[in-house]
Design a protein around this ligand. Structure first.
Ligand SMILES: [Zn+2]
Length: 391
């Protein structure tokens, strides 16, 4: 009798958690600040407003099913593009975002301000913003920055893995790639930051080097974001954020949007990946000889060797360890979500795509976060920063 009463109570508890996590989830303004679908679309010829389950992490219907209210689409090209080509490619990606939105006026809206964003959410449309991932896409031209702003770009990552002539990247700084060039933000870089601050385009610190970061923090007059970065103390890879950087972002009133990539969450991932590459060394080397970048090769392998990649996925719980870590270090006002979906070859177990977002709210609730805190993590913190950057 006691046993059956116990199970009955358990059932009630399960039921009430089940009820409330979905209610909290779908009533919150869920913002994801980094999704690479647009560059994936160019590369893999996939169309956002079609059913892509099993092919990509994201499509329009699954984003809505997953409860995403605001999506920042990443505008990305790698260092093969530069002067004369990077700005053009970025605009082609923006064109495709505008075309998708034009085809789906009832379910999507490109927004240009906080006010428009809130109106779109109220009308139950996916509010779409864009962020340029890599300062090389302005091709050292401030007019291009203006042009991006006019087309709705609301953040720019100062550099991707490749440094620009005015800001050094985390990859180059950590590898000491340059012997002559000085590290950090130069005078033009500071002008870029001031111009972004003046326009209301958020500065994104994901991918930038520590010297660039510290120069930025003494230059910016507005709160910054890390659009897709995780915690270095838990997973020491070159582009995760160290404790003093996390503290500096909190002091600045900014927000860290945690990246879902297994390799940025799980400190054992890189060893597993090395072992995998060893097993497929010949194939790896022939792709490398074709000048395919490492991230491209990893994505290619993830599709070809699905079972092996399945076993390398980070545990679901690790994503929340990163969130908890930031909360413990600086408080609940400085953390959010920047999945990097469709730009990563491995997401944590259980997170197969944007449709799985409700599982995140369920786990946050299990970990004891209040409704108010969950709303902040899901999007409230980013929205505060977005508003503060507007003129
Ligand atoms: Zn990135």
């Amino acid at each position: 009798m006691r046993n059956s009463l116990f199970f009955f109570m358990l059932l009630i508890a399960e039921f009430s958690v089940g009820q409330s996590y979905e209610k909290i989830h779908f009533n919150s303004i869920l913002v994801d600040t980094h999704n690479d679908f647009l560059s994936k679309a160019v590369e893999s010829q996939v169309v956002f407003d079609t059913d892509l389950k099993g092919i990509t992490h994201s499509d329009l219907k699954r984003m809505r099913d997953g409860g995403i209210k605001v999506q920042v689409f990443s505008i990305f090209c790698d260092d093969h593009y530069g002067r004369g080509s990077a700005f053009r490619l970025a605009n082609q990606e923006l064109d495709s975002l505008f075309a998708i939105a034009a085809r789906n006026p009832r379910t999507m809206q490109i927004v240009f301000s906080y006010k428009e964003l809130m109106q779109a959410v109220k009308k139950n449309k996916l509010a779409c913003l864009s962020g340029v991932e890599g300062g090389h896409m302005i091709e050292d031209n401030l007019d291009y920055l203006d042009s991006f702003y006019r087309r709705g770009v609301r953040y720019m990552t100062l550099s991707w893995n490749n440094s620009t002539s005015w800001s050094t990247s985390a990859m180059d700084e950590s590898r000491q790639s340059f012997k002559v060039t000085s590290y950090g933000l130069n005078d033009f870089g500071k002008q870029v930051v001031s111009k972004m601050n003046g326009m209301g385009m958020i500065v994104d610190v994901s991918h930038i080097g520590e010297k660039t970061f510290s120069d930025l923090m003494s230059t910016t007059t507005k709160p910054v974001i890390a659009s897709h970065s995780s915690v270095y103390a838990l997973c020491p890879v070159f582009r995760n954020l160290k404790d003093d950087q996390i503290r500096a972002i909190a002091k600045n009133g900014g927000v860290i949007q945690v990246n879902f990539y297994s390799g940025f969450l799980d400190s054992t991932f890189s060893k597993k990946m090395d072992r995998f590459i060893e097993l497929h060394q010949n194939e790896h080397d022939s792709l490398a000889a074709l000048k395919k970048p490492e991230y491209w090769i990893a994505l290619y392998f993830s599709k070809k060797y699905k079972n092996e990649f399945e076993n390398m996925r980070a545990p679901f719980s690790l994503l929340f360890d990163h969130i908890d870590y930031i909360v413990k270090l600086v408080g609940v006002d400085y953390v959010g979500l920047g999945s990097d979906f469709d730009g990563i070859d491995s997401a944590p177990a259980g997170l197969n795509g944007v449709e799985d977002y409700p599982k995140i709210t369920e786990e946050l609730l299990k970990r004891g976060y209040s409704k108010k805190d969950i709303e902040k993590i899901l999007g409230g913190n980013f929205l505060r920063v977005f508003k503060a950057n507007e003129n």
